[in-house]
Design a protein around this ligand. Structure first.
Ligand SMILES: [Zn+2]
Length: 141
């Protein structure tokens, strides 16, 4: 960002809309709109590889829309600006879609997902990788 010559508001808005306007990023924002999620949950829902999801998360993070929270061995992402979900819902109406259809992405648990949130019987602080207790779960709720 060039500080000496700030971009006009329409340019800044265009950049923001382009940043969130990719299908995978819309999906990620809608999933996080329901509840914070770890990368393996996003993998299970989106059917994408972790490297790809991490790239999208990085872009959303740089834009100040999402933030990570470490809990044991897992990193959960949450929305910094939850109002982005209502922006997406409004956009859905403009596109002639039923906003309720967007909410399907936020439904949990997801069958076959290894994350602790989809496996409520796992011990608190369990890792997505093995569902064993993490060495330090002090930061976990
Ligand atoms: Zn899950």
């Amino acid at each position: 960002m060039n500080i000496s010559s700030p971009q006009p508001p329409e340019t800044q808005l265009s950049r923001l809309l382009a940043l969130i306007g990719q299908p995978v990023r819309i999906q990620i924002l809608l999933i996080l709109g329901g509840q914070e999620a770890c990368v393996c949950h996003l993998e299970a829902v989106l059917g994408l590889r972790q490297a790809s999801i991490s790239q999208h998360l990085m872009a959303l993070r740089k834009a100040g829309l999402v933030e990570p929270r470490r809990c044991g061995r897992n990193i959960f992402y949450h929305l910094v600006r939850p109002e982005v979900v209502s922006v997406l819902n409004q956009a859905a109406v403009l596109a002639g879609l039923d906003p309720a259809a967007l909410q399907q992405l936020a439904v949990r648990p997801v069958a076959g997902c290894p994350c602790p949130q989809c496996n409520p019987n796992a011990q608190p602080g369990a890792s997505c990788q093995n569902l064993h207790p993490a060495p330090s779960s002090s930061e976990c709720p």
